[in-house]
Every structure is written in C-alpha cells, then in structure tokens.
Design a protein around this ligand. Sequence first.
Ligand code: C2O
Ligand code: CU
Length: 487
Amino acid sequence: LTLSGCGQEAKPAQSGELLRSKAKLPTPFQVPLPVPPVKKPTRSDAKADYYQVVQRKASLEILPGLKTEVMGYDGLLPGPTFDVRSGRTTVVEQVNELDVSTVVHLHGGHTPAPSDGWPLDLIMPANGQHAGHHMSGGDMAMGKRTYTYPNQQRAATLWYHDHTMDYTAPQVYRGLFGLHIIRDDEEENLPLPKGDREIPLVIADRAFDADGSFLYPAAKDGPGVESAYMEGVVADVTLVNGAPWPVHEVDAVRYRFRILNASNARRYELAFDKGPAKFVQIGSDGGLLDKPVEHKTLVIAPAERFDVIVDFSQYQPGDEVTVVNKLDSNSGVLRFKIARKAPDDTRIPATLSSYAVTPRPAGVVRREWRFRRGDAGDHRGWTINGKAFDPVVMQAQVKLDQYEIWSFVTDVHHPVHVHLAPFQVLTRGGSSKLSAYDHGWKDTVDIRPAEVVEVLVKFSAHKGKYLIHCHNLEHEDMAMMAAFETI
Ligand code: C2O
Ligand code: CU
C-alpha cells in the first residue's frame, strides 16, 4: 500500500479503513448535481428495445481542475440510465474496449441465467492485446456480449454493475455502475413528483491521488486478500451522481429522489441538517411499498435503494438544507438550495401499491446462510456456510415456485444480496418487529452484528445458476459469495 496519512486520525464510525485523498479537494457544495443521461435505444420493435453500451476508459473532470481516468459504461461515471417499461424487453450489447475482462449484472433483475452476469461469463477485451483476467469455467465472449432483460417485473429502481469474479470491487470503484429504472402504469398513475422533480441520487465514496487518479489499494487489484482492507474500502470523498458533495437548486415543493448506495463498503445514515424536511419512503429495492413510511434518518447499506419524497415547501427561497451522514460525524453529502416558491399538484397517496405482504406460509423449506470470516489457513477472506466462493459448488438446489424461508446469520455487518428474486423480511434479531428500513420487497438486506434475519423468498421462471453474496464488494471479492441452482 502506498497510502499516506492512514492510521493517524480517528476511524470513521463504521468498519473499514479510511482511504484519504492526496488531491486538492473542492469546497463542498460548489459543484452542481449532475443527472446521468438516459440511454437511447439504437432501435425498437414491437416487444423490445435494443441498445449498445461501450465499456471504455475516459478522462473525466470529477474534482474541479483535475482529470480522473475512469472505466465507464460509455465512458461515464455513473453509466447512462436505462429508463424502461415493465414487460418490454431490453437487449443490451455490451462492448468491452477496456484492457480487462468484465461481466455485467443487472442488480434486482428477474433475469434468465445466461444474462444474469455469472462471474465467470467474461467479456474479454475487444482489442485482444491483453488476455484479461485469467479464469476459466465460464462462457467466455470475445469483445462483446448481448444481455437480454425481460423486465417482467414491477416498477423499481434497479442498477447494473460489474460482477467479474475477484475483481468486482476495483472495477465498480473505477466506474462500472449505472441505473436501470423500470416503470409501469400502476406507478405512473400516482400523483407523485415527475420530470425534473424526480431525481436519482447515486451515492459512492472515492479517494483521489494528487494527480486526480483514483486511489484504491493496489493489493486489491488482484484476487489476493489484503488484510488492511478486510473490512472493505471506505474513502473520504462523497460523490453523488459522480460529483463531489454537489449542490442542487430546488423549488419549494415535493421532490422524488431514487437513492442508491453504490459505495463498495460504506454505510450511510442520511439526515437533514436543519428544518422540517424528512424522508417519506415510497419504495424499496423491489418497487413501491404498500403505504408510505416516514423516516427522520435513512440508514442505507451498499446496494440498497430507497425511493423517497422530500417536501421542501416549508423552506423559504434562499434557505439551504444539507443532507449529512450521521455515521461519519455528520459530514455533508449534498446540499439543496431553495430557489423559489412554486405550484405543486403532487401528493403522497395513503395507499401506493396493491401488493399484499405475503402471510408467513406454513411448512416451507428453510435454509440457513452463515456469513463469517474465513478461518481456514488457505482462505483468509470471507465465507458463506464455511466455504469460499467456488463456481463449481452449488450450495443449494432451489425449486422454482415454492416459498422458502432463508435465515442470514452473521457476527459483523454484511449487506446480503440475492439474485433473481426479491424477498420480504420476516424477522430481525428473532423478532417480527423489523427495522424501519425493512419494508417492502428487498433484494439486499443489511444484517447487523450478531443478528439473524429471516426472509421469505420464492424464485420463479428461470432455471440456472444464481448467486447470494455480501454486497460489501471487497468481501464479495474475498469470496463471500455462494452459488445456488434453481431447478
Ligand atoms: Cu449488485 Cu451480485 O450484485
Ligand atoms: Cu460482508
């Protein structure tokens, strides 16, 4: 490691060693909030829209006056947003013009296995000059791969990101992540804020070297275990939609924010520094809640999404309100400046969605997934049920169309993610009194130390190999991942 300044100052109030930037950092709340561009299809037919994305390096001005080389979808960080209709198929040709191999996963997607982004289904670099990562055991594609997403699921905020075995953390860190928003009629018929009053907030922490390049511990550019980053990489600059501590001008009305924590390992507890603003949650990872839930603060673990309404109507033009992270000494995340009063015909309906919370069925299959540090001499990383990820080992065979109750057991924090199907949290810490953030359909759940969380899950439609893993991306790369097969 070639990092200076580590270890002299207090650690952040969470796991992980803090990576400190050497670059000159901007004064917070000066850079305007960008919004990732919506991706346009190259063509459409009756059932599908076709897109092409080029994964390439680009030199972006993330910190004012400096250039950062990113690995981005279309050279962007975050990548372009897919804005699609439920039931219409999205076909994406992903071209790899990087010099490393990649894999694309649609997080939250009800995706057939060949398009789900199995960590060994590599897209090798198109230029062919580098062999990419040397791994076998998957379906290797040269230069490009076409992914098909049926979008046969309700409206929700999904995201896509790299999923290359052993290299997901450094490749997502360098920019390989973006949003995939599914819309449907049920949601569109609600009187919620729309247009430029519906804004994604993709939060990710990064550190920068003096020349503006990303700092990431070199040892983790390989599959080795670097003990200093055993807990995951947390960094000192907070990016929102790719901009450091941005500022955004708003009218004194309601806004809808789709918040994604795209950080490798950092958890946030978001709060407003002053005034009456609060977060009214209308949706979770898997779409709308049945009814809104109010939060003063929002705890968001890596990969979780919270769809919220914030009402700025009680502020005056000229007021400023800052979103801070209570888990990091109230450090700022982004700021809103209230520009003007404006008419607002939106409201938050008492009933948002017709979905019923599934009653706990009797006699279902139960499985336990234990998330632990590896203790075997040859594996110093992280394990699930005592095993490091092995792509040829299926830890479970799961029948389609049957309810299962899965228990996640841990001793330290892990955001646990399941591919293919969302789940409902049934119990936390042995009690059916859930956390304030467990509502609705989720695909990632924050398991707190010494806690057991039970979820109800049912897979359908697609047979094949899928994954359950920790979404602390350094944990994932250190093998805290397991394969299961749907049959
Ligand atoms: Cu967001 Cu298996 O990933
Ligand atoms: Cu973990």
